[in-house]
Design a protein around this ligand. Sequence first.
Ligand code: IDP
Length: 139
Amino acid sequence: MATNQTFTMIKPDAVEAGHTGAIIKLIEEAGFRIVAMKKTQLTTERAGQFYAVHSERPFYNGLRTYMSSGAIIPMILEKENAVADFRKLIGATNPAQAEEGTIRKLFAKSLEANAIHGSDSDENAAIEGSFFFAGTEQY
Ligand code: IDP
């Protein structure tokens, strides 16, 4: 069953570059309500758990290192059709292929350091949201 929530995190490259405020502004202007948000940093091990689906891919080790290299801003977001609408707002995984005006087109540095995550299904949105937030941290 479709839900109205998705999960995102602003990745280390974008936090380090000072794009947090601009990205949150775009997210809110697109009609998403912030249900939960914090600033934290992943260990390499936790980054590996989050991206376990990619454990056999050649970029997995680099991804774990990059995702634990600095602070991130995880968020749970709410909007009708949240997962699909948010994927549209962030753009393609590779910023070179992302549409104009998307968050990755505006702020990503590379295919790996691509500024922001967005869940790819309602099921993963729920799993990823609970990876970072307890129920009592969601409003
Ligand atoms: P998504 O984040 O758009 O859902 P995924 O294919 O799930 O894309 O990949 C997860 C993350 O892994 C990407 O956002 C990016 O940071 C990184 N990544 C994906 N493909 C590559 C690659 O070929 N080289 C390096 N990093 C990659």
